[in-house]
Design a binder for this molecule. Structure first.
Ligand SMILES: *[C@@H]1O[C@H](CO)[C@@H](O)[C@H](O)[C@H]1NC(C)=O
Ligand SMILES: *[C@@H]1O[C@H](CO)[C@@H](O)[C@H](O)[C@H]1NC(C)=O
Ligand SMILES: *[C@@H]1O[C@H](CO)[C@@H](O)[C@H](O)[C@H]1NC(C)=O
Length: 340
């Protein structure tokens, strides 16, 4: 209707004034079309040149990996088709691979979480790569280490096979991560690496676990070996017998420090593609692990771990000086840790 009315208006006003813009519009469209044709053929030529320079293997990978894809557009940056030097990805050469890091703190369940991840046939999480000091000396060595890892040539006990579809590492806040947050975020976004934050809500329980673990490091209660994680009820019971005394004068400052580190981390890494997990939710919520697998783009499976939880009793039974701890936290913002 509207268009017709306009056309009628134009034809009734057959003066030069209306003819001129029509003609220039026509010229403009012809020019645009010509430009489009030229541009298209140039890119075609450029593509052909590029292809000539490619190796046989690369070409094969390229050709077979460009089939119809079900990957949502916003995830394209996080999907990779790496070609490792030390092995052939074989039948899975065109199975997309996601890169990830698990960001956590000591005694927050990340060891257990990683064994769960590694029980998935398509996930390979390669441990605390940055526990080795040389690899985190400066930002250059950090980025070089990450590059080496994500080439998929990095062989650890977590290495799977050619069908790995999610490949990553575990990175603790005190392993250089918080020393160069800006550069690391930039790297992660450029490289297309996703982040899983795994923290523990009850910082008091985490502190108790840290103290108990430090004690076992010194005393090696299990027949002379220190174990940070155990695989049997028996071992867990032996380790849980020790009830650490908590230094109450520094308790609130240490809880606050820990909480501030988590907040700083979440703030500085919020521009990454990420998900936030809490240890407590992992324990209670069966769907938490499905959400992790969906996030990593792998088929959802039942995951399992041989790890046995060490401290299962209520907090009052785990701390030597419980009364003192209770009095210190009662009435503060951290009182909530006492009831869990
Ligand atoms: C490509 O070919 C060159 C020389 O033939 C070889 O050195 C290089 O490793 C090849 N790259 C890949 C990814 O196959
Ligand atoms: C997962 O691994 C299996 C066997 O290793 C493989 O057949 C399958 O294609 C892989 N799936 C994905 C999504 O990578
Ligand atoms: C310690 O060693 C003894 C004897 O070898 C064995 O029976 C026991 O199970 C061991 N305990 C643990 C916690 O490994």
């Amino acid at each position: 209707m509207m268009l017709q009315e306009k056309m009628i208006m134009y034809s009734s006003k057959s003066s030069k004034g209306t003819l001129f813009p029509l003609r220039s519009m026509l010229v403009f469209f012809i020019a645009l079309f010509a430009f489009y044709v030229c541009y298209f053929s140039f890119t075609q030529i450029a593509l052909e040149n590029e292809e000539e320079e490619m190796n046989d293997t690369e070409e094969r990978a390229k050709v077979t990996c460009t089939g119809p894809s079900v990957i949502p557009y916003e995830q394209m940056r996080y999907v990779h088709f790496p070609r490792p030097m030390s092995y052939d990805r074989g039948e899975c050469a065109c199975t997309p691979v996601r890169f990830f890091i698990v960001v956590s703190m000591q005694r927050s369940g990340s060891g257990w979480f990683e064994t769960l991840l590694n029980s998935h046939p398509n996930v390979s999480s390669n441990g605390e790569i940055f526990s080795v000091r040389d690899r985190r000396e400066d930002i250059t060595s950090i980025l070089r280490t990450l590059d080496r890892l994500y080439d998929l040539d990095w062989r650890t006990s977590a290495a799977k096979n050619e069908c790995t579809a999610a490949f990553g590492l575990k990175w603790m806040l005190n392993q250089g991560l918080m020393d160069y947050p800006h550069d690391i975020v930039q790297y992660l976004n450029k490289k297309g690496v996703m982040v899983i934050f795994l923290f523990r809500r009850n910082t008091l329980r985490r502190l108790v676990s840290v103290l108990a673990n430090e004690y076992d490091r010194r005393t090696k209660q299990l027949n002379g070996t220190h174990k940070a994680h155990v695989h049997s009820r028996e071992e867990a019971e032996i380790l849980a017998r020790f009830r650490p005394e908590v230094e109450v004068s520094s308790l609130i400052p240490s809880i606050r420090d820990a909480e501030q580190s988590v907040e700083a981390c979440l703030r500085q890494f919020r521009a990454t593609r990420h998900m936030i997990l809490y240890y407590e939710d992992l324990i209670r919520d069966d769907n938490a692990l499905s959400r992790v697998q969906e996030f990593l783009g792998v088929p959802v499976r039942r995951l399992s771990s041989r790890h046995v939880k060490i401290h299962t009793s209520p907090l009052p039974n785990l701390v030597g000086n419980w009364e003192e701890v209770r009095e210190t936290l009662a009435g503060t913002e951290y009182e909530r840790f006492l009831d869990e």
